[in-house]
Design a protein around this ligand. Sequence first.
Ligand code: ADP
Length: 546
Amino acid sequence: FANTNFNFSWELLAVFKRTFGLRHFRPNQFEAINAALLGHNCFILMPTGGGKSLCYQLPAIVSKGVTVVISPLKSLIIDQIQSLKSLDIPAAHLLGGITSEKENSIYSELWKADPGLKLLYVTPEKVAGNKKLIQVLRTLHRRNLLSRIVIDEAHCVSQWGHDFRPDYKLLGVFKQNYQNVPIMALTATATQRVRKDILHQLNIEETKWFVSSFNRPNLVYEVIPKKNKSSLLEIAKLIKKRFARQSGIIYCMTKIECDNIAFILSREGIRAVSYHAGLTDKKRNNIQMLWTSNEFNVICATIAFGMGIDKPDVRYVIHYSLPHSIENYYQESGRAGRDGDIAYCFIYYNHSDMHRIAKLIELGGGTNETKKVHFHNLYRIVSYCENKKDCRRAMQLNYFDEQFDIAQCIADEKTACDNCRIKHSIKIIDVTDESINLVRAIQKICSSGKSFTFTHYVDIFIGKKTQQVVAHGHENSNIFGKALHWNRSNLEQLIHKLILEGYLKKEMVEIESDILNAYIRIGPEAEKLLSRLVKVSLTLSSKTNL
Ligand code: ADP
């Protein structure tokens, strides 16, 4: 820690170990906590499950005063408070629905000279419209007891993000009103554009950045061509064969689609249920609870089903319709495998889904500018789906401006994405030396003024004594059998490649009137190869030997 502003505190470590019962910090946690305690604004980008909460909860406990946490969802807040209470950490929320008695007791605690509360959770709309709260925050600030403001799920502040919430826009007032109170913004996803926008919207001028890798090494990505009805039966088979009784999510585009798919899967004996915005809150909560407790295995949902789901053992997420953007896809597929075990993310893709989403964008509200962004996002996910060669992890992570070494994806056959898995079944070998030998041999023969066909050369190199080969005395030449260890089809593949790349060429010659034959000659690029300015490689099946 020699060169960092290290703020070592035994109290911090004691709380970390004793109160949270943890032993080692995860990447970036300690650094972020330290920066927060030094009074910096902090921007924390960590994938879901990375341990963001600790980055503000621990500083909150060891700091004087109260930390205010803004979080978009009631359910998230309630979960957080429950887990804090189980650790004996004094925390409270001011959600609608609490009794006025409870609310009053929270306010009176906050008015005290040394409030017993350490963390106060509120939703953004509460911050905007509640005079009582605004007043209490002001007095906390005046008394130097407003320790930190935490904006959880900070991407909600940006309309370029995947989950824009208009109320988040109002959070810019914090930096205006309480300039010296540090802000901590946390999110599990943000492109460069969204990051900039978050800072701008929150009026943060300077911040420390803590950006963790977004790679989810235990998720296996695959895109499968979608054939409408037959794909549904394929999905049913897939679930029964590979994921029997395991938890999964199937994302669908419309409510009707959710109902239909749940119906078809149930008919196939799979415990599936439909979930969408057309159901009452009560019904939706009930369905979610039954899925969480494994009464249902598969939930067929629109993207309304999402934030706040914290089921660790989701073994697969299937997109039966195209996600709206790579960012959405990262979020939605990211609900799989939170327990760290291998989980699978499939997109069933066909081009017509793109048109369906494009229609939605066209007909939807918003300015032309936002529509443009939506279209851009859509085209990015379409090219992700249509790409059959690049690493899917790399494509996703590059979207978040993270460089990813694809060797990490290829390395493990069990977790490689579909495009990288193919690389396991092929090998790419360097054949520059062999190519130079072949081109030199052909050059020598050609310089004697004779011309031979593709097949003739293959026969010579492979060492096959055909009538033609013997007739020209080639069985005694030093090039006969030069590629004896090659198998014929690989040798043919190589010579074709040498022709395609211009090191050799095929020339049509009239050998009798109206009778043409194709002869192999030296190509225009041969010199480059012979001077070793270029390399030649060949792609072979991993099981093939030359
Ligand atoms: P996020 O908000 O980034 O999705 P959470 O803060 O909810 O993640 O943390 C995810 C899980 O990881 C929680 O169960 C939390 O207790 C656990 N966790 C966080 N930090 C650590 C750590 N340093 N060591 C072990 N577990 C941790």
